[in-house]
Design a binder for this molecule. Structure first.
Ligand SMILES: [Zn+2]
Length: 300
């Protein structure tokens, strides 16, 4: 008997944000945020070869409710709503005949959320020098670009986000930049396919626990209505942007695997880190070891 059959029925939800072709991935200042497209291709082939079934969140919940002892299933969800979801992710999953869940933050196709992380990264990538707080810094090498991204991101997270001033000082049009990285409503409408499940990830990507109750409910209700209005989708599943209003499930940022009859409103999801291009590490997620380790270390 193999170790994996001893573990019994289990489901594993993976989440990620962006993908990039290998050649681009290597140069990206914030590359942990992206999965290398060629690695993803190999991962999907590997999972199929090793007997995993690919499912939607709907199907994951159904299977978890009537777990058969040998059942092993995996779901992939991509969060927020970037242009590469439309250009690279959905085509990759279609090619493999594998379902994908899109947890959409409606403020992104609405153009209401400044994608400062994408704007900062693209600017660092394209230029040898950038201006930050009126100081010019050299970012001529890939290492310098990565270092600058980390430092600026930390500074903007700790204090006021300086993206607006950064755009002005570096002569960037934030609107044009937004649409080079955001998914549009038109692109989302074109993703319509039985393999594509649309879920919801908040209207403005707000931390719900930091909002007043009425504002939190509005964040959920308004965005969900917007999905219906713009692409005719009634989202049944929700993923917390960080850490219930008519949904059938909610996925968290906690790691782990699904056993029998999980709490549908506290589903664990395992974030794929772009730097971890290693099938052995993926196996740790699939076997629930990363979730167990995180619990021991008190990270959940
Ligand atoms: Zn998100």
């Amino acid at each position: 008997m193999s170790i994996s059959s001893l573990l019994g029925s289990r489901g594993c939800l993976f989440t990620f944000h962006r993908v990039a072709p290998s050649a681009l991935w290597r140069t990206l200042p914030n590359r942990d945020f992206y999965i290398d497209l060629e690695f993803f291709d190999r991962l999907l082939t590997y999972l199929r070869r090793t007997g995993w079934t690919f499912v939607t969140i709907d199907e994951a919940l159904r299977r978890a409710g009537c777990a058969d002892s040998e059942d092993r299933y995996v779901n992939f969800s991509v969060d927020d709503g970037y242009r590469d979801t439309y250009e690279l992710v959905v085509p990759l999953f279609r090619r493999h005949g594998v379902p994908i869940t899109l947890y959409v933050t409606t403020g992104i196709p609405d153009g209401a959320i400044p994608l400062w992380w994408a704007g900062l990264e693209e600017t660092l990538l394209r230029r040898d020098r950038v201006v930050v707080d009126n100081h010019t810094i050299d970012v001529g090498t890939a290492a310098a670009k990565r270092r600058a991204y980390g430092q600026i991101e930390r500074a903007w997270s700790a204090a006021t986000n300086g993206y607006e001033a950064f755009c002005a000082q570096n002569d960037i049009d934030p609107e044009a930049l937004h649409w080079r990285h955001a998914i549009s409503w038109q692109m989302l409408a074109e993703c319509d396919d039985p393999l594509v499940e649309i879920g919801f990830h908040g209207a403005m990507h707000s931390r719900l626990s930091a909002l007043q109750r009425s504002a939190a409910l509005a964040e959920l209700r308004d965005g969900r209505e917007r999905l219906m209005q713009m692409i005719g989708v009634e989202a049944r599943h929700f993923a917390f942007p960080y850490g219930r209003a008519g949904f059938s499930s909610a996925a968290t940022t906690r790691t782990g695997i699904i056993r029998r009859r999980p709490d549908a409103f506290q589903l664990p999801r395992n974030t794929l880190n772009g730097g971890h291009q290693n099938l052995a590490l993926i196996e740790l997620h699939l076997n629930g070891f990363t979730g167990a380790a995180a619990r021991v270390l008190g990270r959940v």
